[in-house]
Ligand binder design. Sequence first.
Ligand code: ATP
Length: 490
Amino acid sequence: MNFIQELDLLLKSKYPIIYVNSCEEERLEYTIGQFVTKKFSITLLYWDFVEGYQGNPNYYSIGSRNPAETLDFINNLSIPCVIILRDFNLFLNDNSIIRRLKNLYRSLRSKSITIIITSIELKIPTALKEIIAVLNFPLPDKSQINEEIIRIFDKLDYPIDSLFLNNLTQSCKGLSLEKVRKIFCKILTKYGKIEPSCLDLILIEKKNQISQTHILEFLSYKSTMSDIGGLKNLKKWLMLRSYSFSEQANLYGLPSPKGLLLAGIQGTGKSLVAKVIANEWDLPLLRLDIGKLFAGIIGESEFRVREMIEVAESLAPCILWIDEIDKGFFNPNFINDSGTTSRVFATFITWLSEKTSSVFIVATTNNIYSLPSELLRKGRFDEIFFIGLPSQMEREEIFSVHLSRVRPNSWKNYDIQSLSSLSDKFSGAEIKQSIIEAMHTAFYERREFCTNDICIALKNIIPLAYSHSEELTIIENLALSGKIRQASDS
Ligand code: ATP
C-alpha cells in the first residue's frame, strides 16, 4: 500500500491519531491537503507552536504557544475535520499532554475528527504507542522528481533533452524535492547554467545527505573483478547477474536478484567483493553501519531501520552492503534492550523476503554459526557463499593482483609460485600485508624490494587462521556439508 492508500484506510476507519514522519513538511502537507479536501471534502486545519491554529479565520492563533489548549480546542470541536499538528511530538513527553491525547482518542472516534502529528523524527512515548498509527511518507519517486525538474527548467526557460532529463532524474533519486530545488539553485548560482558536468555536484550533495542519516554511507570504489584473486565460483555467479538490473532484463521478465550473504574469516575479501559488485554493475554503493543502527536511545533503532530501507529503496537500483551483520542483530550486548533488536530484525527480515525494489544486499559475516536460521532460510538471500582461505593457485593470483598494482612493469620478476607455497593458510589481506612489509624494509634500506623480502615478511606474520583455527574449522565444515556454496572452485 502506498501512503495515500494507507491514509485513506485510516481516515475511513476513523482512526483518531496518526503520526507521519517526514523531512518534507511542505510536500507532505500538500499531499494530505489535496487528498483530504478532494476525497473527503472536509475542513483541514493546521497548527504550529508559534502561530497556533490556521486554516479557519475563526480559530486563528488559538493554542499559540500552548499545546494543552491546542488539544482542549480539538475536544470541543464538533465539525468533521483533519487537523495537522506540526512537530507536536516535541510535547509528547508531558504527562498532561499524554493524558489529554488518550482522552481524545476515545472521544474523537465518534466525531470524524482526525489528528495528524507531523514531524521530522519518529518519537512516540510507550504510553501512546497503542493509540497512535504511524505512517511513513516516502521520498519522491522517479516520476515526481522528473516533474519537478521539468518545472524548474520551464521556469528558467531552459530547453532540456530527454537523455539529460533522465540522467538528472536518476542522480536526484533519494533526495527530497526541497533538496532538489536547493541543489539546482546552488548549481545556477555557481555556474550560471545546468549542464551534464553538474551531475557530479548532485552526487556530492547526495553523499552529504545520505551521510546525515548517520547509519548509511554513500561510497564509490573503482575496484574491478580483476582485483579479486581466486573466488571463481562467486565471480561466475556475479557475472551471470551483471545485467539483471537493466531495462532489458526487466522486459525479459527477470526478477531482480535479492542479495548475497558472504561468510568467511577476516581478510578473505568479503568487503572487496561488495565494492567490486557496485563498480562492475555500475550501481550506487550504500554501506550500513550496523553498530550505529543500535546505538543511542532504545526505540530509535526501529525508526532508523525504516529510514535505512526508505533511503535504499529511493536509490534503487543500488547495492546495500551490510558489513558484519552478526555484530548488529545478534550482538549479546543488545539482549536486554526491551525487544528492540528482535523488532528491528523482524522488520529487516520481512523486508528482505518481501522486497520488490532493486536493492541488492551484500551482507558479510565472520560468524555464520552465530546467525539465526531465519536469516539463512531460502528466499532471504539468493545465495550464501563461503569464502575460505585461498588455495595455492588462488594465492598466486592474489600475489599477482597486488604486485602488479605496485610494480606494473616488473611484477613478473617476482617468484610468485614460491611465495604462494610459503603462504599456506594466509588470507588475501595477509598476503597484501606481506608485500607492504617487504616494501617498508627495502625502502628503509633505499633499494627495490625483492622476493626474499616478501618471504621474510611472510615468516614474521602469524596468520589469523592459526589463532582462530577452531572457528575456521566450524565454518569450513558448514561449507563442506553443502549447506552453503563455496566461492572458490578449488
Ligand atoms: P573483514 O571480515 O576483516 O572485514 P574481509 O573478508 O571483508 O575482512 P577485505 O576487507 O575485503 O576482507 O580484505 C582486505 C584486503 O585484502 C582487500 O582490500 C584486498 O586488498 C585484500 N584481499 C583480500 N582477499 C583478496 C582476494 N581474494 N584478492 C585480492 N585481494 C584480496
